[in-house]
Design a protein around this ligand. Structure first.
Ligand code: ACO
Ligand code: ZN
Length: 307
């Protein structure tokens, strides 16, 4: 009885102080209350609060549910991110948002991302970036799932600066979709690219899994005696260095007479083809398999600037 009473009292106190049931800091966004993982540099009067209320469309942060409700009656977003829709398939949409033209939205997005990222430092200087925002659409609007940011001019050839799936949507394949999407844009730009380092533990897991899958995919559809790391890089958009590192990790590179030779175990390729079938079967109805035909994207370098 004591334990039960103590749990109830703890929950009551937590609720009164707007913490979640376990006493952790959290945010409320759309239908979801999400426990945060790290702190973010919100202005101090907000940063000290145990709970922030976010408008799910413009990402404005507020101190109370009343403030959020007042805001919702006058929010000037049209139920979607403030950018151009560049991809649509089923309920999935991807929006390109320019850090220059939607500065406040992009700053709010970076602050939100920082709550789930330990090491990234971009929050206010958003102009040099574009943001690719993934949403799920329903009658109420396009609800934020995740995003990645990308430098407009990356000297180091990065094609993703920061990537996030909101925690309540993680482990469902959206991170993989965003990574796949980032490489699709890179291929359309006729480039290869790599994510900004360092990667987080979750970033490393997701990228490693994606790289292996894509490389095995190309190998399983090619004559492995003819293909080079450069060919794989051009077909996938993954940099040659990343391709070689992954091939080495999969023990597929051997040295013969001071030359690097690709050695592929057919069993690994067979296993991959089986895994791919299962993956397609699982994801077909979710539209998480990227359909390039649905992309409406002109590489920024080819756009005509009328201003
Ligand atoms: N434990 C084990 N494996 C995991 C985990 C986990 N917690 N999370 C993802 N994975 C693996 C999955 O198993 C999957 O591999 P599989 O396809 O072989 O099964 C792969 O990673 C991708 O999984 P998804 O469900 O597509 O990815 P998710 O939507 O969960 O998003 C992401 C991954 C974006 C890294 C997410 O975990 C996240 O937002 N984390 C917090 C922010 C972060 O760390 N971002 C990356 C920083 S690095 C950078 O920005 C360049
Ligand atoms: Zn709003």
């Amino acid at each position: 009885m004591f334990q039960a009473a103590r749990t109830t009292a703890t929950q009551q106190i937590a609720l009164e102080r707007n913490l979640d049931h376990h006493g952790h800091r959290c945010i409320e966004i759309g239908q979801f209350q999400i426990r945060t993982w790290y702190s973010a540099p919100y202005p101090e009067e907000y940063a000290i609060l145990p709970k922030l209320y976010l408008c799910e469309f413009c990402l404005k942060y507020m101190k109370s549910v009343e403030a959020l409700e007042r805001h919702q009656t006058k929010c000037d977003m049209d139920g979607h991110p403030p950018g151009t829709e560049i991809y649509r398939c089923g309920r999935l949409r991807v929006w390109e948002v320019d850090g220059n033209t939607a500065k406040i939205y992009c700053q709010n997005l970076c602050l939100l991302a920082k709550l789930f990222l330990d090491h990234k430092t971009l929050y206010y200087d958003v102009e040099p970036f574009r943001f690719y925002v993934l949403t799920l659409h329903d009658v109420h609007g396009s609800h934020l799932v995740g995003y990645f940011s990308k430098e407009k001019d990356s000297v180091l050839n990065y094609n993703v600066s920061c990537i996030l799936t909101l925690p309540h949507m993680q482990r469902k394949g959206y991170g993989r979709f965003l990574i796949d999407f980032s490489y699709l844009l890179t291929r359309v730009e006729k480039k290869t690219g790599s994510p900004e380092k360092p990667l987080s533990v979750l970033g490393e897991l997701s990228y490693q899994s994606y790289w292996r899958y894509r490389i095995l995919d190309v190998l399983s559809e090619s004559d492995v005696n003819e293909i080079s790391a450069d060919d794989i890089s051009l077909k996938t958009g993954i940099t040659q260095i990343d391709v070689i590192n992954i091939l080495k990790e999969m023990n597929m590179v051997q040295e013969h007479d001071q030359r690097h030779v690709l050695v592929v175990d057919p069993k690994i390729l067979r296993l991959h083809v089986e895994k791919k079938k299962k993956f397609f079967g699982k994801q077909q109805h979710t539209h998480l398999i990227l359909d390039e035909a649905n992309l409406k994207f002109i590489p920024p370098a080819q756009r005509i600037d009328w201003h």
